[in-house]
Design a protein. Structure first.
Length: 217
């Protein structure tokens, strides 16, 4: 296997992947042929590639391409490891991947590969949903307002991204109590201004409402 790793080390010195600009089935094929993590001191390029491809383990089956290039590489590496029969055979040996003497252009290509791989991996990550915990205070008209009906009306408001939580009645003086209710909202789906407008529509019970507190989750 050391001969294979030597061949792979030479190949990956100027490339990010076995084939192409993003992880593919060729990388998976070669990766699976390596029994253990390569020694970073002896094979730095292989070790870097190995750890990078390992991060795609859960996505192996969905990676593009075929295993043909990986199998070709493994076959070529094995052939290179075998003793040459004659000097003529040595001369006729074909480098399946070749080399690039234009170092500046190759460095730009490698950079482009890594940027493309990063963007592809980033695109596959689930988007984080921004949420907030809000404390809403709803004031009645007077001490004769039916607070149970008031709360029932407020909780009847339903929409995507809105979840009502715990509530309590808080005295504000002269026998009047206000409803203090907690809710969780998805910031992109729920506008607090629009929500307060809906609450205000229950004008038989509601005098006004205020956002007393808000905290991002």
């Amino acid at each position: 296997m050391s001969a294979n790793l030597t061949k792979l080390e030479e190949h990956l010195k100027t490339r990010s992947y076995v084939e192409g600009y993003t992880p593919s089935q060729a990388d998976v094929t070669v990766f699976k042929a390596i029994s253990a993590a390569p020694d970073a001191a002896t094979y730095p390029s292989v070790a870097r590639w190995f750890n990078h491809i390992k991060s795609y383990t859960s996505e192996f089956d969905s990676l593009a391409g075929t295993s043909a290039a990986g199998e070709a590489f493994l076959g070529g590496a094995a052939a290179a490891a075998a003793p040459a029969a004659t000097a003529e055979e040595d001369d006729d040996e074909v480098d399946l991947f070749g080399s690039d003497e234009e170092e500046d252009a190759e460095a730009e290509r490698i950079k482009a590969e890594r940027v493309a791989a990063y963007q592809a991996k980033k695109a596959n990550k689930p988007k984080t949903v921004a949420k907030s915990v809000v404390t809403l205070e709803v004031k009645p008209w007077d001490d004769e307002t039916d607070m149970a009906k008031l709360e029932e009306s407020v909780r009847s408001i339903e929409q995507e991204g809105l979840v009502w939580g715990a509530s309590k009645l808080v005295p504000i003086g002269y026998g009047i109590k206000k409803l203090q209710i907690t809710l969780v909202v998805e910031d992109e789906l729920v506008s607090l201004d629009e929500l307060q407008e809906k609450v205000a529509e229950f004008d038989d019970y509601v005098q006004s409402s205020d956002v007393a507190a808000m905290q991002k989750l």
